[in-house]
Design a protein around this ligand. Sequence first.
Ligand code: PLP
Length: 219
Amino acid sequence: MSISEKIKKYKEDLPKDVDLVAVSKTKPNEDLMEAYDAGQRIFGENKIQEMTDKHEALPKDIEWHMIGHVQSNKVKYMAPYVNLVHAVHKLKLLKEINKRAKEENRVINCLLQLKIAEEDSKYGMGADEALKILNSEAYKEMENVKIVGLMGMATLTEDEQKIDSEFAYLKVKMDDFSKEFPELTILSMGMSGDYQIAIKNGSTMLRIGSSIFGERNYN
Ligand SMILES: *Cc1c(COP(=O)(O)O)cnc(C)c1O
């Protein structure tokens, strides 16, 4: 199937209340434009420099989501245009995003990344840490960032039950937190290999790359 056929198929198959982030990291602008022409408007990248280059080259009605680990010293480059930062993993990063958003006269929406997988390689904080940030004076004083939900990545495994229980855990935390913080409405979970399990567990936003654009080549 071509990229545009894939996009159309996802749009038909996904529940209407689930948003699709097309993860286009490493892919050339032509591939993004093919998805764009098929109606896709949300694109996800994991490197700020690459996202900024694409933002400059491509149509201005694209929503850019930073889905990867963010280095504080690069926040300023995306602050003028980024729509959602998925993987905030500490208060210090939130402070930097707030500072740079203020310079741009913007409010930047962010998700807190909870660690739900076993692997050490996956960033994220514990649920207690996330709650601490939401309740902190430091966050309450930030006028240019808004935490609008949670994000998580399941363990890379064939064991679907394990993935299921990790996503279920994140959904429980989402429901807990949103009682106290009703502005938390986005639950970003699910990738090419596990998105069906994520939808079953209440995902509202999928981040799908390889099954739309094909395998990535990092060389
Ligand atoms: C690359 C990436 C994805 C997409 O992964 P696929 O398996 O290609 O769908 C989703 N989320 C994050 C954080 C990523 O880095």
